[in-house]
Each structure stands twice: as C-alpha cells, then as structure tokens.
Design a protein around this ligand. Sequence first.
Ligand code: FES
Length: 79
Amino acid sequence: MSDPVVAQKGPYEIEVTADTTYAWCRCGLSKKQPLCDGAHTVTDLRPIIWQAEKDAIVYLCGCKHSQDKPYCDGTHNSL
Ligand code: FES
C-alpha cells in the first residue's frame, strides 16, 4: 500500500452538516484538503467515506497518519 503524503502537520477544522456524507482524503494529494478531490487515482489509497451524525465542528487529520481516521488523534505531534 502507498504511503500517504502529509498534507498538513495538524488537523483541519471543518464544519459538517448532519446526515451529510463526506470523503476524507487518505492519500494527502487532494487540493481540497481535508476532503477528497479524486487525486488518489495515482496511488492505491482510497478515501474514507463517512457520514456526519450531527451539525458540528470536527478536526480531521491532515497528516494522514492518525490511528482514528478521519479524525486527528495527535499522531502528527510525533512525525
Ligand atoms: Fe494527523 Fe493530527 S493531523 S493525527
């Protein structure tokens, strides 16, 4: 499996809407971070599709190495 590119060494804060589906960029190549723009096709990585349960501010992993994808878990601090 390809290694993801570190898009940002820290989380992206985004506002999500309840019952809306999002695709979190796993490869790090998307120009629409932290969401997928289809750039992963040159890798064997694929986005994580998830649905927001409620309207909220969430912190999505920008380093692509979190153990709790798509959320930031602090792993970026050890990169
Ligand atoms: Fe990846 Fe925080 S940005 S773990």
